[in-house]
Design a binder for this molecule. Structure first.
Ligand code: UT7
Length: 332
């Protein structure tokens, strides 16, 4: 049997809007305070777009950053996959808008909806097109403008989220030992009730009533989501390591979805990881949903912790529930 070829991440681009909103800024508009937010979430500040800036803009900026770093033209891209829960519109897909914005004339594409696990799901989908030989250059983008769906009168949710985007390029790996090694994803729809945006879809089409009832905003029952995230992030991480013959001590880096510092700490403790192997940047970006993992990858490259040959585990838990993990041997 012919060995399928492996996909590797070969470049990364990022974008966060310049405006920074601190905990102190939020304390001026809702009944909260810096100390509570830091203690319960680890967040100090987050970036936010000017109202009306669409997700495609952040995604296109991140992709532009990737193209210039990789010294590559947009028309070399064959496929664009955008993970988001805040698409510019229901349709066309944000991938179509991005393709037009960056003039990727040869690319096709589509969006993936998996909330906070969206980037890892899109990464897995993109990798399949490389592994089968169908494509040689696939772009995967995680981008969200959470400020467009957050209720800034609800202190339990508005302090958590930020806006941001990251993009990676997938290409065939020259070595079977380098690149994306495995994935393990799960969904559990029974958790959908705890984190959702109930209005605007076919279940609750937009109406004066849906607006009055604030159904076009993120609704979250934080504690069940928190408990599920702590349990599942540990479970899925251990399972993917075990089935590849590894344990936590083999990992060079753990890059988890940045939803709450306490969730990241609990998962890394379960894996027995030293602090130095855990990427944490939630303090400066908050939860950017599909954007958190590529933004964290970028920080780990910058601080020199992610380098060629690093064994890195990505993990996420989010609305759905969705659970995702991807194991990779870093390529550059
Ligand atoms: O990324 C997608 C997946 N999402 C997640 O992973 C989020 C999971 N959940 C969480 O991270 C946490 O549940 C939260 C950070 C959302 C909340 O933390 P918590 O420790 O679960 O707090 P809580 O909801 O139990 O609230 C504790 C108290 C409550 O007051 P009482 O009832 O004890 O008097 C809240 O009203 O904290 C109060 N509270 C706040 N106080 C100040 C809630 N939000 C705030 C706030 N500032 N912003």
């Amino acid at each position: 049997m012919t060995q399928k070829r492996r996909a590797k991440i070969s470049a990364l681009g990022r974008f966060v809007p310049p405006k920074v909103v601190t905990n102190y800024d939020l304390a001026k508009i809702v009944d909260t305070n810096h100390e509570w937010i830091v203690e319960r979430t680890g967040i100090t500040e987050r970036h936010m777009v000017e109202r009306g800036t669409p997700t495609s803009e952040l995604a296109a900026q991140a992709l532009g950053d990737l193209l210039s770093k990789r010294e590559m033209e947009a028309d070399e891209i064959e496929l664009i996959i955008v993970a988001t829960v805040t698409p510019d519109m229901f349709f066309p897909s944000t991938a179509c808008v991005v393709q037009n914005k960056v003039r990727a004339g040869r690319a096709w594409g589509f969006d993936v909806s998996a909330a906070c696990s969206g980037f890892l799901y899109a990464l897995t989908v993109g990798a399949q097109f490389i592994e089968t030989g169908a494509h040689g250059k696939v772009v995967v983008i995680g981008a969200d403008v959470m400020s467009s769906i957050v209720n800034y009168e609800d202190r339990a949710t508005c302090v958590l989220f930020g806006d941001g985007a990251g993009a990676v390029l997938l290409e065939p790996s020259e070595s079977d030992n380098i690149g994306i090694l495995d994935y393990k994803h799960e969904i559990d729809g029974s958790g959908g009730q705890f984190l959702n945006m109930p209005g605007g879809g076919s279940l609750n089409p937009p109406s004066h009533e849906t607006v009055d009832k604030k159904m076009h905003y993120v609704h979250q029952d934080g504690q069940p989501v928190f408990k599920y995230a702590v349990r599942k992030m540990g479970e899925v991480s251990r399972a993917i390591l075990e089935r590849n013959g590894y344990s936590g001590s083999d990992l060079d880096l753990f890059i988890a979805h940045q939803a709450n510092l306490r969730i990241i700490n609990a998962a890394s403790e379960k894996l027995g990881l030293d602090e130095s192997k855990v990427v944490k940047n939630i303090h400066k970006f908050g939860n950017t949903t599909a954007g958190t993992i590529p933004l964290a990858i970028g920080d780990a490259i910058d601080d020199g912790r992610l380098k060629k040959g690093s064994l890195v585990l990505f993990a996420a838990v989010g609305a759905g529930y969705t659970v995702g993990s991807v194991l990779s041997r870093w390529a550059y």
